[in-house]
Write a protein that binds this ligand. Structure first.
Ligand SMILES: *Cc1c(COP(=O)(O)O)cnc(C)c1O
Length: 471
């Protein structure tokens, strides 16, 4: 493609992008696609000869688009939002065009220094203390793995990176029974063994019980094991439970155990002063993660990872073969030494565009609006005699079920499962399910940038209608 054609096509695509966002509600939020349906429409062999962009783009519209789940749809209330926003999309266009590898300072000085600056902005915006150093990872799962590896290495005086884990003893980790699956995965990847993850019992608000944590750590010490890392969750995935950070932090300090804070989704709410109570005790944490790519209007992938002991981080990851040496050495940040990957995308640009374009107040309005909408809808659900909330809802997420009179508990799960399927088949809204104390629960989270009060009202209407006509 020559540059004239590139220009022409780029203009056409930008027009399509704006039209798409303008008319996004014309699409079903979740497609009715069956497994294999799209695959069957794709040529089995790669084309031998060049094809025209007109044909490629036509197939995108005819084959790909009907099989997409529309994450920016105002009716998307499933999982967690994966926010995008116009300024973020524009920055991604530039990132794609510059196509820089941002592995070291020298390979992209501005990308490195912008990353340092915007991560400092985010740290201050969320109320984290100045001692934290930020770096953008691709996901909260990677951030969690990094925390485990640094915790492991620091505990073992950086020897296990060389000697391996053989003979290094049992490394035990601790997390709430509601912890995200990325904890289990991270523990496996860090070689610590998922049998050594202790899931700590919860109180009536589904928050970790600090005394139980203390007990579990003491038992492991008594058995000659090595307590290595505690994961405190702010905003658990199933139901947005919040672990008591200060009490957990004091236990970590007492036993010298690494404290990682996973606030992947809820961390965005820390830009609101009224939600800072969630990080009361953050001074006791060693690392912290939240995902601007969930709820802060910044395209996936953008996971903001903060760590206090920058030297331990670099010491855990740094490998310096001759071909990677640069004149600036460690007078600058070389982010390749801050995580598992070597090559890195220029991710800071979209964050810079978003923060500047919305301003802190614009971002606060966005998050606050969703919390208000989530609370308002949860209140309506609670008011209806044939519905019930199944857990507290501190943020923009709540879990509920339909519970008409005269129905036995053992029929409620299957009834709610059928209601849930009917709601999602409507194509108007998309929800996910979970289990709370063994009960099947329907889970709703408000977070799409395009969702308004009208959409929330409509969602409630659909839920009520579907529930009351499902047998
Ligand atoms: C979403 C989520 C994760 C995983 O985030 P990724 O960026 O997709 O890895 C981890 N922890 C919690 C609490 C989450 O909500």
């Amino acid at each position: 493609m020559n540059l004239d054609d590139f220009r022409k096509n780029a203009h056409r695509l930008v027009d399509w992008m704006a039209d798409y966002l303008e008319n996004i509600e014309d699409y079903p939020v979740k497609p009715a696609t069956k497994p294999g349906e799209i695959l069957a429409r794709l040529d089995e062999k790669a084309p031998t000869d060049p094809e025209q962009m007109d044909d490629i783009f036509r197939d995108f519209q005819e084959i790909i688009l009907p099989g997409m789940t529309h994450w920016q749809h105002p009716g998307f209330m499933a999982y967690f939002p994966a926010n995008a926003s116009p300024p973020s999309v524009l920055a991604e266009m530039l990132t794609a065009t510059l196509a820089a590898q941002c592995m070291s300072w020298q390979t992209s000085p501005a990308a490195t220094e912008l990353e340092e600056r915007v991560m400092d902005w985010l740290r201050d915006m969320t109320g984290l203390p100045p001692g934290f150093h930020g770096v953008i990872q691709d996901s909260a799962s990677t951030s969690m793995l990094v925390a485990f590896l640094v915790a492991r290495e620091r505990l073992n005086e950086f020897k296990t990176n060389h000697s391996g884990l053989d003979g290094a003893g049992r490394h035990c980790c601790y997390a709430s029974a509601e912890v995200h699956s990325s904890t289990d995965k991270g523990i496996r990847m860090a070689g610590l063994g998922s049998d050594n993850l202790r899931k700590i019992p919860l109180d009536e608000n589904f928050s970790m019980i600090p005394a139980e944590l203390d007990k579990a750590i003491r038992a492991d010490i008594a058995a000659g094991h090595k307590p290595t890392c505690v994961v405190a969750t702010l905003g658990s995935t199933s139901l947005s439970a919040i672990d008591p950070l200060r009490a957990i932090g004091e236990i970590c300090r007492k036993y010298r155990v690494w404290l990682h804070v996973d606030a992947a989704w809820a961390g965005s709410a820390l830009i609101l002063p009224e939600y800072r109570w969630m990080i009361n005790g953050i001074g006791l944490a060693d690392s912290f993660v939240f995902n601007p790519h969930k709820w802060l209007l910044t395209q996936f992938d953008c996971s903001a990872f903060f760590i206090r002991d920058k030297a331990a981080l670099i010491r855990s990851f740094e490998i310096l073969p001759e071909y990677l040496k640069t004149r600036e050495g460690n007078r600058v940040n070389n982010y390749r030494d801050w995580g598992p990957g070597l090559g890195r995308r220029f991710r800071a640009l979209k964050l810079w565009f978003v923060i500047r374009s919305y301003g802190i107040t614009g971002l606060q309005d966005h998050v606050r609006r969703h919390i208000d909408m989530g609370h308002a809808l949860a209140k309506q659900v609670e008011k209806e005699p044939d519905f019930e909330l199944l857990a507290p809802n501190p943020l923009a997420l709540f879990c509920f079920r339909y519970h008409p009179e005269n129905i036995s508990e053992d029929l409620l799960d299957s009834l709610n499962e059928r209601i849930f399927e009917a709601i999602n088949d409507s194509g108007e809204i998309y929800l996910t399910q979970t289990r709370i104390n063994g009960k099947y629960a329907i889970r709703l989270v408000s977070g799409s940038p395009w969702t308004t009060r009208q959409h929330i009202d409509k969602a409630w209407q659909i839920i009520k209608d579907m529930a009351r006509k499902t047998k």
